[in-house]
Design a protein around this ligand. Sequence first.
Ligand code: 2P0
Length: 331
Amino acid sequence: MTPARQVVRRILAGRAGQAQTGAAAYAPANIALVKYWGKRNEELNLPVTGSLSISLGPLGSHVELARAPEPADAIWLNGRRLAADSSFAQRAGAYLDLFRPEADFHFELKARNTVPTAAGFASSASGFASLAKALDGLFGWNLSLRELSILARLGSGSATRSLADGFVEWHAGTAADGMDSFAERLETDWPALRVGAVVLCAEEKPVGSRAGMKRSVETCEFYRAWPGRVAQDLADLKAAIARKDFPMLGTVAEGNALAMHALMAATRPPIVYALPETVAAMRTVWAARENGLPLWFTMDAGPNVKLLFEAKDETGVREFFPGVEVVAPFG
Ligand code: 2P0
């Protein structure tokens, strides 16, 4: 039995749920303020470090799940049935394999993203998180947030953080089977917080994050400094959130994203996601801040920039970034 299957079996032990007719679930996308970059176990998506994110409320993934009447999985994305050999159907099917009660049990899965794929927010986190929730509903397991986050992690690391709203911390854990590598919601709400998506390029990235982080762990000589940096950033970020100290939150998030991109650049062969427009956007943020606007940014494994600011400054931010798409994570 594979290690992932063993984890599923352990979590579901004693939860012989009854398959319902169907189930629906929703999970938000998330954006990391302290990033996940590097695994200690690739099959179980166990991270080298912890990470901390903010969920994006209405931007995420809806999933409907039922037992398929046909002798094969039927997988739909945004209203279209996918070919069985498409990469999405393959990845979803491999994940569903972990949960089939019998070999001839097939699923009908209908996924719909409200996170615009072109906006530079990843949909795999909300996709696997909503799928884990829908499986829980379909089989009536009644799993906790902690257990669901472990199951979502088997699909994609960042999905661990997409089971709850608000600020979510993913604990790295140390156990070989990853039972202590789960997500927890922080208690603090911050209604004034805003995340802005600045889309600079919607094309597919040259190196996916899964391959990119593996390459960094294996070849970046600075990677050994990353766990210490993340530990400090996590402590500072949690202090900033507890005190609602926005400049501190922005400073930690921006610095952590730049440190991650420095690791990527020092990877061999190098991974540079930034385009000239990305650097220009970064400079605009710094110039705006010099001018007194409390504006910071973060970036993920791509060229797009995500702005961090508070509601009172939205008009000012729009003067610098007229096309920004603004999300209010706390509604
Ligand atoms: C994050 N990223 O913390 C970081 C920042 C990208 C840059 O999590 O292999 O799709 O499925 O565990 O979660 C993207 O990586 O990778 C990611 P897998 P995942 O949000």
